[in-house]
Ligand binder design. Structure first.
Ligand code: NAD
Length: 330
């Protein structure tokens, strides 16, 4: 028996618990179509007669969009859409795209602070050494730092960058930011003691540089070998935005030759990370598998908001947090 309910395709292969959250949120209103394997052929088959698609970490590729002859709307589970959708194909087919503001901001801001603190005190390295019988009670003293004595530069001052600044205010560190499109108002600037600086000042003057901007054609490799070379001697580099923003080979080299003290990375140019990525064997890098927004708290909020927005769309044609693809170029 065929159903008249809108069909929603979930583009990521995920554990059953995640699928169950979708089934529960959708109730009787939608048919949720999920994957049995991380397989592009299955994606093309299953999306073919779907009205909507939900995208998370796995990119919604041209080949999948082209197989989706009924597709009218794509709802992103998170915010980072530029590199996780073949948006030019959506644009040319006039398929609407919405992002989801629920869930990501707090989780990524918290993860950023976690990476800054862990990188400042080399906690993962100390943990690994301890388990191998080396008790580094004194060895790391002259390399470990306190946030209260450091300056932190945020590249990108949108939702996540702003919340990182708020979180950092209580640590007593100096915070500056660079964002060509955002200037925080006087109230925020004074309350959280942040200052706006140029890109060059941000890179050259801070003990910690943390990225909070999207990956677009114009921002790819924005942290190039040359930029890394201009960072302060002994600085810390943090990236919970996108791997393609930074030259990973140059970053690895700067850590190994001692120009940078440590790095905290949640994202990589290629994900899952390539086995030959030199950062995998670099003890000065703290790595996590793109889990900054991957909490139970965030996931529950995200899925509820995704389904609520799609209900609104199918009821009234209204879509919250829609991206104006027709106006978008980068
Ligand atoms: P946002 O759109 O609110 O903020 C991004 C900011 O970057 C904007 O203020 C924009 O003006 C700024 N920007 C654009 N180009 C810039 C440039 N050249 N230099 C400096 N700033 C620039 O987005 P957000 O919600 O804060 O998310 C930021 C990014 O974090 C996303 O694009 C995504 O890539 C990443 N992210 C990662 C995870 C994760 O799990 N690791 C989760 C969510 C988001």
């Amino acid at each position: 028996m065929t159903s008249n309910k809108p069909k929603i395709f979930y583009n990521s292969f995920a554990p059953q618990e995640i699928y169950d959250l979708f089934y529960m949120a959708a109730g009787d209103e939608f048919d949720i179509i999920t994957l049995e394997a991380d397989d592009d052929e299955e994606r093309c088959e299953k999306i073919a007669d779907c009205d909507a698609a939900v995208v998370a970490g796995h990119k919604l590729k041209d080949s999948t969009i082209n197989a989706a002859t009924h597709l009218r709307v794509v709802q992103h589970q998170g915010v980072g859409w530029h590199d996780t959708t073949d948006w030019k194909t959506l644009k040319s087919r006039q398929i609407r795209l919405a992002i989801n503001l629920a869930g990501s901001t707090v989780s990524v801001a918290e993860h950023t602070v976690l990476l800054i603190l862990a990188a400042s005190k080399h906690t993962v390295y100390a943990d690994n050494q301890l388990r191998e019988g080396r008790w580094l009670v004194n060895d790391l003293r002259m390399q470990s730092r306190e946030l209260s004595q450091m300056s932190v530069g945020l590249l990108g001052m949108g939702r996540i960058g702003s919340l990182v600044a708020i979180r950092l205010a209580n640590f007593g560190c100096r915070v500056s930011y660079c964002d060509p499109y955002v200037t925080k108002d006087d109230t925020f600037t004074q309350q959280y003691q942040v200052s706006k600086v140029s890109f060059d000042e941000l890179v050259t003057q801070n003990d910690v540089l943390s990225l909070h901007l999207p990956l677009m054609a114009s921002t790819k490799n924005i942290i190039s070998a040359e930029v890394i070379g201009k960072m302060k001697q002994g600085a810390i580099f943090i990236n919970a935005a996108r791997g393609g923003l930074v030259d990973e080979i140059a970053l690895d080299k700067a850590l190994r030759d001692g120009h940078l003290t440590s790095a905290g990375l949640d994202v990589f140019e290629y994900e899952p990370v390539n086995a030959d990525n030199p950062l995998l064997t670099n003890q000065k890098a703290i790595l996590s598998p793109h889990i900054a927004a991957g909490t139970k708290d965030a996931t529950e909020q995200k899925i509820a908001a995704v389904i609520a927005n799609l209900k609104q769309y199918f009821d009234s044609d209204l879509l919250d947090n829609e991206i104006d693809l027709q106006a978008h170029q980068d």
